[in-house]
Design a protein around this ligand. Structure first.
Ligand SMILES: *Cc1c(COP(=O)(O)O)cnc(C)c1O
Length: 394
């Protein structure tokens, strides 16, 4: 398979040249002052990105590893937890609870809808012994951003801790971890952070640490008590993914150089432009409360969604994500995370238009890109990126 020219998938996402350069450097040893200084700096940067003053643990795993760490450190078999569904990733929380014999009280959410916070409140009232609420910021499988702020307001009034999967939502959708009262925030490296897969992050506040000290689930690799102890020496209990941590240092220079607010603004703009384009093409959005991290587009009636995505790649070198599980063939998804730019999305929208036409579903020529450009505006007039140079979304 050839390398996709334009990767518009919600993870992995494209890597900036500075990150690729860092990944090409000779490996360094992790039990050195040099590495510890980098590690310390990156975790401080992650606190800024995750908008928390709480310690952030860095795990060597994909994002799901940090989700599992949250479950095994907070709960014990037989405990009760509330799980907000609504897509593949909400369901992952449910599956993790099942794997560890946690009694999951589910808040059902129709795919494409956002969770009704009042329903979470009702579940908390009906299950006062629930120790945790598991929710998702951006439900990547449907393109929905859940109202975490409202869910946090309700959770704060209960004894339960709020655990949020922000693996795809971090740096794309607003997420004020401390200010909103999110107790545990989970993320991963391969989405908004512009890194390869392989690192996961988890921030834990005092309320959640207290629960972690008492929880009795067996755990070893994901024992956050051990990870927290090692943090005092800017260390990890096991060999970290040294090369990705070094690359994270570069990614954070880019992210913090422009600032988190600016990143969110950039993501919002390219997401709004994409949504406008979809509507101008006569297509519809799948998400009722769309995330700025990913846009899910309904595949029009009579078009084979799997063929559509395959054709976009074959003809234009644009790789988008299809639907997962029961959504397979029904939606295609454009990511807006990390290093993805307005130019990339214009190419993606053109690819979509051409592939639809090839599948006998004509859409008005150029209307999508025109609508997007009206919103992308200044981003495009800044001109193309210098060849081989830094193409940093500003
Ligand atoms: C990508 C993603 C994950 C899974 O991450 P892995 O790195 O594949 O383990 C979990 N939750 C959400 C919302 C995601 O987008």
């Amino acid at each position: 398979m050839k390398t996709p020219d334009i990767l518009l998938t919600p993870g992995p996402t494209p890597l900036p040249p500075q990150v690729r350069e860092a990944l090409a450097r000779p490996i360094i040893h992790h039990r050195t002052a040099h590495y510890r200084a980098i590690f310390k700096r990156t975790l401080q940067g992650m606190q800024t990105v995750m908008q928390t003053a709480q310690p952030v643990c860095c795990l060597t795993s994909s994002g799901t590893g940090a989700m599992e760490a949250a479950v095994v450190n907070l709960l014990a078999p037989g405990d009760e937890a509330i799980v907000v569904l609504g897509g593949k990733f909400g369901e992952r929380w449910q599956e993790l609870c099942q794997a560890y014999a946690i009694r999951a009280v589910t808040v059902p959410v129709t795919y494409g809808d956002a969770a009704d916070p009042a329903q979470v409140g009702a579940a908390l009232k009906a299950h006062p012994s629930a120790k945790a609420v598991f929710a998702t910021l951006c439900e990547t499988s449907t393109g929905v951003v859940h109202d975490i702020r409202a869910i946090a307001q309700l959770t704060r009034k209960s004894q339960a801790v709020l655990v949020v999967d922000a693996i795809s939502g971090l740096l794309a959708d607003e997420c004020h971890t401390d200010a909103w009262g999110i107790d545990v925030l989970v993320s991963g490296s391969q989405k908004g952070l512009m890194l390869p897969p392989g690192l996961a992050f988890i921030s834990v506040n005092e309320r959640a640490w207290a629960l972690m000290e008492r929880a009795t689930t067996s755990r070893y690799y994901y024992d956050l008590r051990v990870a927290r102890k090692a943090l005092a020496d800017d260390d990890t209990p096991f060999t970290p993914a040294v090369a990705i941590v070094v690359a994270l240092d570069e990614a954070l220079k880019l992210i913090l150089g422009t600032g988190v607010a600016q990143r969110l603004e950039h993501n919002g703009q390219i997401a709004r432009g994409t949504r406008a384009a979809v509507e101008a093409m006569g297509l519809s959005l799948f998400a009722k409360r769309p995330s700025n991290g990913v846009t899910a587009v309904k595949v029009p009636q009579g078009v084979d969604g799997k063929k559509l995505a395959a054709l976009m790649y074959e003809r234009s070198g644009v790789m988008v994500a299809g639907g997962q599980g029961e959504m397979a063939g029904k939606i295609i998804r454009f990511a807006h995370m990390g290093y993805i730019t307005a130019e990339d999305l214009c190419a993606g929208l053109t690819a979509l238009e051409e592939a639809l036409r090839a599948l006998n579903h004509p859409v008005p020529a150029g209307e999508g890109v025109r609508a997007a450009q009206a919103i992308f505006g200044a981003r495009l007039s800044a001109g193309p990126a210098p060849k081989g140079g830094a193409r940093v979304p500003s």
